[in-house]
Design a protein around this ligand. Structure first.
Ligand code: SF4
Ligand code: SF4
Length: 99
């Protein structure tokens, strides 16, 4: 059997070089979390510098890029707050859900 070819690793330099999040097209998550979340993360797009730290630490992979900026898929975000904790610029705030 032929071995799969290794793909050369290229360090991403721009948000557009990163893959999209797993909840977007072809995604794997099937259970929506929005119903039981009590707090949701909101990105301040003025403060955010697109460093993608939040994208890398989100355990559910629900942070994605939209028009060159990070965004959050609220259907699948469980509201854990890790992204807020890890953002060094305080560009993410956990806001109580209206229920
Ligand atoms: S960690 Fe903060 S500054 Fe970096 S991309 Fe996420 S929200 Fe923006
Ligand atoms: S609150 Fe948790 S699940 Fe939601 S975007 Fe932030 S790290 Fe991901």
């Amino acid at each position: 059997m032929e071995k799969p070819k290794l793909v050369e690793y290229k360090r991403p330099k721009h948000i557009n070089d990163y893959p999209t999040g797993p909840t977007t097209e072809g995604g794997k998550l099937v259970e929506k979390n929005a119903g039981w979340r009590t707090y949701k993360p909101v990105v301040d797009k003025e403060k955010c510098v697109n460093c993608l730290r939040c994208y890398l630490v989100c355990p559910d992979g629900v942070i994605f890029k939209s028009e060159g900026k990070v965004d959050i898929d609220y259907d699948f975000c469980k509201g854990c707050g890790i992204c807020e904790y890890e953002c060094k610029l305080d560009a993410i705030k956990m806001i109580k859900e209206d229920k």
